[in-house]
Design a protein around this ligand. Structure first.
Ligand SMILES: [Zn+2]
Length: 337
């Protein structure tokens, strides 16, 4: 009897992957990165949110100008993975286009921005990001910015523990505008205060694109039970990440396996339900455990989850269905442009 492959027929989306920057190997060739187009094909990942990651720096005019320049160039690099001649991926900025790319056997490229620092104090930048197809913005990285407090303040940037008490006025306005533009609000890296306020404020459910659960690993980047319940209450998502020290205290990737990832998935599913959990690896940004060191090994996680009793429907939700639902919700409330 042929063994059933649980990854078969799953539209899988990885909601957080970094890109090579400022230069690096070609994304079109099987190279040294965890993620490139051949590895995504081999691992049967249908679409990926590629993050234009902007490290937090000084919040003066020069710092904000540099961030604006970097984010534009990085979004160009992400778009370049989807050349017009169709030889690479397809730029997929709607739930429908992701489904179409999957049906056509093409890799969906979903642009995202990691760190609201990219917009500085300029709300109008959000319109430009939306026009470039950006589907989520991570409110902060490590270190507070003009929008919100981060989970991990940066002493080297003179951060106090809590600067805004969560979201700033500008942060609140940014979320309002992101809702109108169909850009999801990502609360990975955000302080708990920021996260809970964003959950309450955003008209579209928020998500954490790459975080784990704090009950299993007490790290400030992870979400505690109150935060998980807040996500459930608003219909949001926690996308379990595979960064070793978020999975297990002082964990090293060589000592961890897909079982550790599945433990976090299990915990979140039991706590808040199958409709609120997904996967965001943070590959090429620190993600990777034994047996799941690059995108080509994605089915290993699927197999581990199937072994634990997740059926085809549940696996479909975890791997992409839930995220597609959020995109559709964002599109439904988006103001006409
Ligand atoms: Zn991150």
């Amino acid at each position: 009897m042929k063994e059933i492959d649980p990854h078969d027929g799953i539209l899988a989306i990885d909601t957080h992957v970094d890109i090579p920057w400022p230069n690096g190997p070609s994304p079109f060739e099987d190279g040294p990165r965890c993620v490139d187009l051949p590895k995504l094909k081999a691992g049967r990942i249908a679409a990926v949110c590629f993050a234009a990651y902007i490290p937090q720096d000084k919040r003066d005019d020069a710092g904000h100008a540099a961030a604006a320049g970097r984010v534009r160039a990085m979004l160009d690099a992400i778009a370049a993975m989807a050349p017009y001649d169709g030889s690479g991926g397809l730029l997929t900025s709607t739930a429908e286009s992701i489904a179409q790319a999957y049906a056509a056997g093409k890799t969906g490229i979903i642009p995202a921005i990691e760190n609201g620092y990219a917009m500085g104090k300029d709300l109008a930048a959000l319109d430009e990001f939306a026009a470039r197809g950006v589907r989520y913005i991570t409110l902060t990285h490590n270190g507070h910015n003009e929008l919100a407090d981060a989970a991990i303040p940066r002493k080297d940037l003179d951060n106090v523990e809590s600067e805004h008490g969560g979201l700033s006025e500008l942060g609140r306005a940014a979320i309002g505008r992101m809702n109108e533009l169909g850009i999801l609000v990502d609360v990975s890296h955000a302080a708990k205060s920021t996260m809970l306020q964003a959950a309450a404020l955003s008209r579209t459910p928020i998500l954490a694109t790459h975080s784990c659960v704090r009950a299993l690993c007490d790290h400030p980047r992870n979400l505690d039970d109150e935060q998980l319940e807040a996500l459930q209450a608003v219909g949001g998502l926690v996308q379990i990440t595979i960064v070793s020290n978020f999975l297990r205290p002082k964990g090293r990737s060589a000592d961890l396996s897909v079982a550790d990832i599945a433990d976090h998935v299990d915990y979140a599913v039991r706590k808040i339900g199958i409709d609120h959990v997904g996967i965001g690896t943070d590959f090429d940004g620190g993600g990777g455990v034994r047996g799941f060191m690059n995108a080509s090994q994605s089915p290993h996680l699927t197999k581990e989850l199937a072994k634990r009793g997740y059926d085809h429907e549940a696996l479909g939700k975890i791997w992409g269905g839930n995220f597609l639902r959020l995109l559709r919700q964002a599109e439904a409330i988006q103001a006409p442009r």
